[in-house]
Ligand binder design. Structure first.
Ligand code: UDX
Length: 443
């Protein structure tokens, strides 16, 4: 919304939320205090806020004044009840649709921005049409406009998108939304489809991307076993224009709010339609991702003589990827939990993730492991007294570690486990560390 406001000075954009604290943070005069860390976002918000970008808790008022409403609430995987563990929880989408139905005036275009299961637009339409029948003169068009930005590169992704996708069946509504994007996105990059294709395209894009990561991680394991190098293999296959070079980095498995949730959502959909083989096919992408995380925790324990109980391990990075403070589904969570279960003492460093988020991720069920963890402020502290450093997020700073200084404060024999192939492994080896790098065979 900040980018829309920035690119379209003639449009008034109002972001509403029930959470007053969050809205206050978006209105904080100190732009470094925005609730989301995202490179360049502070500059965009700084330019538009107070001009044509507003943040408020006056939800109904803003809806009443709007010609177009974007529903951008979260849709996490259900944890209980029908479809638990796979289906999306649509309670906030439904609540938003009801609020829009009750507060809207005149004709309102309602845009699904949240990633949703296929045919959710039908639910929204049904709720809205109940309001249309109220006799208060309001009417609605529903569009699907999924978002493809990736965290860490959100602003450039929005400013120069590969494509914008608009699904719907009301040509005037589609044209209105296309005209907004058309102010900065070339017309040939604005694709229009029917509602269901649009909803399904978003889930499919994420499923294909996640599948690439599980595929390259499966190859990484074979590389380690055979002496091949996954980065050489990725380069060789990526040179084939049919495969392409992007999204072929082996790592600790994918995290983030989308991939796992969206695949499980598809799996649920396939099972609903009786497509068991298709469901099992896609489910395996998630299974392999979990396996990759467990395999990394296991190999740390194995290399440290089969036990990490009471041993210090420095954890470099907790966010699910670099350049974000987001920890949702971060591979660090499962890997750290497994090590805590084994009794390790983790010294966790992340340049952007706050301690509270780490705590939330690592809360163990009752009777969980005997390990413990503490947040640390720099690599030196993470390494202090540690038997190993475990690099989990590819922050640029981890490429420039002073290895002789770090090795000097570790307990020998010391290890570097680099799950992102980010650190200077040769320098770490030269400083006397044993080094394991994901996908690097020992020959
Ligand atoms: C993803 C999609 O890319 C985006 O289009 C969609 O809108 C939301 O979900 P995001 O989750 O923000 O975006 O980040 P992304 O860059 O896709 O990375 C997802 C995860 O995959 C991260 O944990 C990342 O570290 C991992 N990853 C990515 C790899 O392990 N290897 C790669 O080659 C690429």
């Amino acid at each position: 919304m900040a980018v829309i406001a920035d690119r379209c000075p003639g449009i008034q954009v109002t972001v509403v939320d029930l959470n007053a604290e969050r809205i206050a943070a978006w209105n904080d005069p100190d732009l470094s205090q925005l609730p989301v860390y995202e490179p360049e976002l502070d500059a965009v918000v700084g330019r538009a806020r107070g001009q044509n970008l507003h943040f408020t808790t006056a939800v109904e008022e803003a809806i009443a004044a709007a010609d177009m409403v974007f529903i951008s609430v979260n849709t996490p995987t259900k944890t209980r009840g029908l479809g638990a563990g796979q289906a999306s929880d649509l309670r906030w989408v439904e609540a938003s649709a009801r609020t829009v139905a009750q507060a809207a005036r005149g004709h309102t275009i309602v845009v699904e921005k949240s990633t949703l299961p296929v045919r959710t637009a039908e639910v929204i339409q049904t709720i809205l049409s109940a309001a249309t029948g109220d006799g208060n003169g309001c009417s609605f068009s529903v569009l699907s406009n999924p978002e493809f930005l990736a965290e860490g590169t959100a602003i450039p992704d929005l400013e120069a998108p590969d494509r914008v996708l608009i699904g719907g069946d009301d040509p005037a509504a589609i044209a209105a939304l296309a005209a907004i994007y058309g102010q900065w996105v070339p017309a040939e990059r604005i694709l229009t489809t029917n509602l269901w294709s649009s909803e399904l395209s978003k889930l499919t894009a994420n499923a294909f991307l996640a599948q690439r990561i599980s595929s390259i991680n499966s190859i990484a394991a074979v590389c380690e076993a055979t002496g091949a190098d996954v980065r050489e293999v990725a380069k060789a296959i990526g040179a084939d224009s049919r495969i392409g070079a992007k999204f072929l980095q082996a790592g600790p498995g994918f995290g983030g709010s989308c991939f796992q949730k969206d695949i499980l959502n598809l799996v649920y959909l396939y099972r609903h339609y009786g497509l068991e083989e298709v469901a099992a096919y896609w489910e395996q992408v998630v299974t392999l991702n979990t396996w990759q995380q467990q395999r990394i925790a296991r190999l740390v324990v194995t290399r440290l003589f089969g036990t990490v109980s009471g041993k210090r391990i420095g954890v470099l990075g907790f966010a699910f990827k670099a350049d974000t403070n987001d920890t949702r589904e971060s591979p660090a969570i499962r890997i750290c939990r497994d090590l805590l279960e084994e009794g390790a003492i983790l010294q966790i460093l992340d340049p952007k993730v706050e301690e509270g988020q780490i705590t939330a991720g690592l809360v163990q069920p009752a009777g969980g492991g005997e390990g413990s963890w503490l947040p640390v402020a720099d690599v030196h502290q993470a390494a202090s007294g540690a038997d190993a450093l475990l690099l989990l997020t590819e922050w640029q700073a981890f490429a420039q570690i002073d290895w002789p200084a770090v090795a000097a404060v570790m307990r020998q024999p010391a290890w570097l486990f680099d799950t992102r192939a980010k650190a200077d492994g040769a320098a770490a080896r030269a400083a006397g560390l044993n080094v394991w790098t994901v996908g690097e065979g020992s020959g």
